[in-house]
Design a protein around this ligand. Structure first.
Ligand code: MG
Length: 374
């Protein structure tokens, strides 16, 4: 999309606040396209293939990983951005990078690592995603990290404590001033929610942990499945679910587009800074927000708290805390390059190492350190 087609309140690549280390302008692509390309070529992006959200990676081949999740988020975010005449390249870059800092084993891994890191400043996956693109990737001769634009970095950092915000400088400032990020970032954030709620339905049913009758208690699901059943009475259950989920995603995308469009029209921000100082402009309608929350709470109670998921999460937490404790007790167990980093700040270097592990690498590393015959 050329910049002339963008809305005035979109993030325009030629007006970017720039990169931390100055670089020559890209020749055949925009600043945000360059960011997206750097993210796709990063090591952390490839690792997303073997990191999970709810199900541990070896549970089955059909479950979402963070890689497929990130692609789904990018696709949904781009569709909404395009409808609102926002910058598709920026929202895509943010969506593809949003989970780069996630630990192995989804939320269980993140919680465990945060627990281990509490005495040393804590661990927060959004902040870690920023740390990956700002410092940890080693691909370029001239700088550490990917040297992304301010706008992509701003979008990656969704939440942040005041303490961390003060240390971060430019991208942290908005948390102190209580301002919003660009609409492209706000859209990527809500696209994340649309993606995971819907694919968790799909993965939950496929795994047998979630039952159709539990989902039928959720109005958003029941409404769409009733229409599908009426239109196609003979449809096999698997396909009925797929068709229902497809329609739910579409309903959420249309609602998000329309409600955000209304809010933008009311607030009439002159430019992206007008977006930053307004109330959040990307949102679901009140009715859809409520329906999405009902879906979330059923997934929380029935899927994330299912005893088989709890067993996976408990094991995952144990692996992460065991690894952290072993390395902190004896940093010489770390591979050479991580040992070098640990010389300055051992807990942070260990958190970086553990957070970077894929599910299967963490399991292997745990065996190597703890199994007597390993
Ligand atoms: Mg996500």
């Amino acid at each position: 999309m050329s910049n002339t087609a963008l809305a005035p309140f979109a993030a325009h690549a030629d007006r970017s606040r720039g990169r931390r280390y100055p670089e020559a302008d890209p020749v055949s692509r925009t600043q945000f396209q360059r960011d997206r390309d750097r993210i796709v070529h990063s090591t952390a992006f490839r690792r997303l293939e073997y990191k999970t959200q709810v199900f541990v990676n070896h549970e089955g081949d059909l479950f979402r990983t963070r890689l497929t999740h990130s692609l789904e988020v990018a696709q949904i975010a781009r569709a909404v951005a395009c409808n609102l005449r926002l910058n598709e390249d920026l929202t895509e870059a943010i969506a593809l990078a949003h989970d780069l800092g996630h630990t192995p084993f989804g939320h269980a891994g993140q919680d465990a690592l945060h627990e281990c890191m509490k005495p040393y400043g804590g661990f927060e996956h959004n902040l870690q995603s920023l740390r990956v693109v700002d410092a940890l990737e080693e691909r370029y001769a001239a700088f550490d990290g990917l040297n992304l634009t301010f706008e992509t970095r701003e979008g990656i950092l969704k939440h942040c404590s005041a303490k961390n915000a003060r240390e971060l400088g430019d991208v942290g400032q908005r948390f102190l001033d209580r301002r919003q990020p660009s609409l492209e970032a706000q859209i990527a954030n809500l696209a994340d929610e649309i993606a995971y709620n819907n694919h968790d339905i799909d993965d939950g049913l496929r795994s047998g942990l979630l039952q159709l009758r539990q989902l039928e208690r959720v109005p958003l699901f029941a409404r769409h499945s009733a229409v599908v059943r009426a239109e196609y009475p003979a449809l096999a259950e698997r396909r009925m679910v797929n068709e229902t989920v497809r329609r739910m995603i579409n309903t959420l995308v249309v609602d998000l587009t329309q409600e955000s469009g209304r809010r933008v029209a009311d607030a009439a921000p002159a430019d992206v800074d007008g977006v930053r100082s307004a109330a959040p402009l990307a949102a679901f309608s009140a009715a859809m927000r409520q329906e999405a929350d009902e879906l979330k709470s059923v997934l929380h109670d029935e899927l994330y708290r299912h005893y088989r998921v709890m067993r996976m999460s408990t094991k995952a937490r144990r692996i992460v805390s065991d690894l952290f404790a072993a390395f902190l007790g004896e940093p010489r167990l770390l591979p050479d390059d991580h040992q070098k980093r640990a010389a300055d700040d051992a807990p942070r270097a260990i958190a970086d190492y553990v957070a970077g592990m894929t599910d299967r690498y963490a399991i292997k590393e745990h065996k190597r350190l703890f199994a007597i015959d390993g």
